[in-house]
Design a protein. Structure first.
Length: 248
């Protein structure tokens, strides 16, 4: 490479160097640029000049490059005033979304738990009401069967005995009241329950005593007939049936 002697445009001293070298030193080069700041000195020009002088400058200024690099590294690690640390920074959109999803899942779990507890309370209340109804039904069945049994036993006991008008009227009244009460028997809602047969027994006895009372009154009202005594006579099949229905 040819070296030519030329004058430095900054200090005016003569120097020799490569044909593309414009200043005698980097100091003159820097001072010239500070004094003649212009748009024509772009970053690309700086890069070309720096590349052209890398061999000569780096050989003489190794320590300066290292120091400058260390200073730049230290500057890069200095905290910037006004910046907020990552720990204190607000949550990102992803974090906020995860927090919202977690809150929604918690809310849904609480809602489901409240619904489950409400259902358990309703089921417990329904169970309690059903048990109470079953208890009342059992007591009612027991009471109605006791009424039925008392009338049937009394009727079987008086079988073959003479009955006057007062006796017959008493039987009719008692059987009418018994039929009315027995109509509320819970077993009547079930087609195969024995309550249906027992209710028919009460109807049959009431009709029988009502017929006997009507016949006695007819005799008493007649001037041509003598009043004959009235006896309670139950057919054998009927008595067997009544005894069978006494069994609970």
């Amino acid at each position: 490479m040819q070296h030519q002697e030329r004058e430095c445009p900054q200090c005016g001293d003569l120097y020799t160097g490569r044909a593309d070298k414009q200043f005698c030193s980097e100091a003159c080069k820097a001072q010239y640029r500070r004094n003649n700041l212009d748009d024509k000195f772009t970053d690309d020009d700086n890069a070309e000049d720096d590349d052209a002088d890398d061999e000569e400058w780096d050989a003489e200024n190794d320590d300066w490059d290292a120091d400058d690099e260390d200073e730049n590294d230290e500057e890069s690690y200095k905290p910037v005033h006004g910046k907020v640390s990552l720990i204190e920074s607000p949550p990102s959109s992803i974090t906020r979304l995860e927090q919202a999803n977690e809150a929604e899942r918690t809310r849904q779990q609480h809602a489901l738990e409240a619904i489950r507890l409400r259902q358990l309370r309703i089921e417990a209340q329904l169970k309690e009401e059903a048990e109470e109804e079953a208890k009342e039904a059992a007591e009612k069945i027991k009471s109605l069967h006791g009424l039925y049994s008392a009338l049937i036993k009394k009727c079987l006991k008086q079988d073959g005995q003479e009955l006057d008008e007062d006796d017959l009227e008493t039987w009719v009244d008692e059987l009418d009241a018994a039929v009315e009460k027995y109509m509320s028997h819970p077993g009547l809602h079930q087609p195969d329950d024995k309550a249906h047969k027992r209710l028919k027994d009460l109807y049959w006895l009431r009709d029988m005593f009502s017929g006997m009372l009507a016949e006695l009154k007819e005799q008493q009202a007649s001037f041509f007939k003598s009043v004959e005594p009235v006896y309670l006579e139950l057919p054998s099949k009927r008595k067997a049936r009544l005894r069978d229905h006494l069994v609970a």
